[in-house]
Design a protein around this ligand. Structure first.
Ligand code: GLC
Length: 501
């Protein structure tokens, strides 16, 4: 149905009532909604969603406890828990003393990066860094194995040749280039430089890769591209941010990704992970553990009908990565779109019409969601602009009250995302017994949701306090350290360390 401007104007005429009604939803009085039944309906619906998506803290305790239990099971036994707790074979974290030239190839979203680093002899200093980012065509990230790896290898081979042309000494060296491979999917590692893909996530669906060693696939493709390399480290992006941050600040104990997907890497003693049978590593050695917390799913998650529909539309990833679908950049925008659609259908959010784009998957991105949520202009002009750009709704047909309501609906998605992150973080800290001996904790974080979205971080802080309950002051001991592009650097530095050991 096309947009009926008359209808929308009618809604617009109601003036200040809806703002008061939205406020009423918060403050518990509803005299305004009695005068305007449509607002009453919208407020009631808003309350219904708020209660389902942000249930009382007491209900969230069971979720936190279950996440903790799943993490413990994941540490004890392989394939016994949703939260995989994967060994990474990283048993020596960078100290800043690593030196030399190295490359990183970093794939984890629909963009991938190749990077050249020259590590200085001075501790913790990067002398030179050159980066190239390339978009991966959909045909490649949903195509065949050789298509994907040839694409990656050709880009890397060209990039290395460009760098060698600038550094004649490197080109003259007989040693093959050293490469760290950041591959941001769940991988069962057999060594630091080999691991089999366990399953695709984040919209990737490439045939013939699951169960294969991705380092071997990359090395073979590099040979086919005429540029054989030594791929010496294979890491997850969460491990990458942790290691990158350690290079500058050895106090880092956790790496977190809050971007297209979400994940965390922690550091703990080998003895805490009985399932990892590895020879030649002492039991009290500290190792990086890739939690793959985004895989968690249970009925305890505060999901609504729109989440179930979003999941059902996720193709081969249906039924998987359920907490990630409530939190990460790939999904938040579409979840908000689905909520707005329900409000349009059930409570005439746009009058009697439903903007057509609102019915289309991915017509509303997480960047759109951030813009709407962060709008503090008096007339909520950004809300109106985004609605016009994404759905063709004319600004003068959406009154201020509707703009406020839309912002509040969108904010539910953001608040829930930050709350899930807080619960996951607190569960990890409980797993490590941090609350019993609290100390300064540096958490390196990468990913657009965290880095580009201030309000999300504000909500994270609120929900961390909530999760710590009577010990809310513990929040102050946690220092979130933005580590943009850390994943690539972490891969490169680990490869450099492996090359010199
Ligand atoms: C997905 C992947 C995980 C990755 C995360 C963030 O959850 O399974 O390996 O770390 O996205 O990119």
């Amino acid at each position: 149905m096309s947009l009926d401007q008359k209808q929308l104007r009618k809604v617009g005429l109601a003036g200040g009532a809806l703002a008061a009604a939205v406020a009423a939803a918060y403050y518990g009085y509803d005299q305004y909604t009695k005068r305007y039944p449509v607002y009453k309906e919208q407020c009631a619906l808003f309350k219904e969603y708020e209660a389902a998506m942000l249930p009382p803290r007491s209900e969230m305790q069971a979720l936190e406890d279950d996440i903790l239990k799943q993490m413990q099971t994941g540490m004890d036994k392989a394939n016994a828990s949703d939260i995989l707790m994967l060994p990474t074979y990283v048993v020596k974290l960078p100290t800043g003393d690593e030196t030399g030239a190295c490359y990183a190839i970093d794939i984890g979203g629909t963009n991938f990066r190749v990077v050249y680093y020259k590590l200085s002899d001075k501790r913790g200093v990067i002398e030179e860094q050159v980066m190239k980012q390339v978009a991966i065509p959909k045909a490649v990230y949903t195509g065949s194995c050789n298509q994907l790896f040839d694409f990656l290898a050709e880009q890397l081979a060209d990039f290395i040749k460009e760098q060698e042309a600038r550094h004649k000494d490197a080109a003259a060296s007989a040693a093959l280039p050293v490469v760290g491979f950041c591959f941001s999917f769940a991988v069962e590692q057999q060594a630091l430089n080999s691991g089999k893909l366990m399953g695709w996530t984040k919209g990737f669906d490439v045939d013939g890769v699951v169960g294969k060693d991705v380092v071997a696939l990359l090395s073979e493709a590099l040979a086919r591209a005429g540029k054989p390399c030594r791929v010496l480290a294979l890491i997850n992006d969460s491990v990458g941010v942790l290691t990158a941050s350690c290079y500058m600040d050895t106090a880092t104990e956790m790496g977190v990704i809050l971007g297209t997907g979400t994940n965390a890497c922690i550091v703990d003693k080998v003895s805490k992970m009985p399932k990892w049978k590895v020879k030649g590593v002492e039991h009290d050695t500290r190792t990086a553990i890739n939690t793959e917390w985004g895989c968690y799913g249970s009925v305890l998650l505060p999901r609504v009908k729109e989440d179930l529909e979003l999941d059902a539309a996720s193709g081969p990833q249906q039924g998987k990565m359920l907490i990630e679908k409530l939190m990460s950049g790939l999904y938040m925008g579409d979840c908000a779109r689905r909520l707005l659609l329900s409000f349009a259908q059930r409570a005439s959010l746009f009058g009697d019409v439903i903007p057509e784009a609102l019915t289309k998957k991915d017509s509303f991105s997480t960047a759109d969601l951030c813009e709407i949520e962060s709008d503090v202009t008096p007339h909520r002009s950004h809300v109106a602009r985004v609605l016009q750009q994404t759905m063709g709704v004319y600004p003068d047909t959406v009154n201020l009250e509707t703009r406020y309501l839309i912002q509040s609906i969108v904010r539910l998605v953001v608040r829930r995302s930050a709350r899930m992150a807080a619960i996951l973080l607190v569960a990890v800290l409980r797993l490590q017994g941090w609350q019993e001996a609290p100390r300064r904790l540096v958490v390196a974080v990468d990913g657009g949701v965290f880095l580009k979205y201030h309000n999300w971080r504000v909500f994270l802080d609120t929900y961390l306090r909530e999760a710590f309950g009577s010990r809310a002051e513990l929040t102050r001991l946690i220092q979130f350290k933005p580590t943009a592009d850390g994943s690539s650097f972490g891969a490169a530095v680990l490869a450099a360390a492996a090359a010199s050991s």
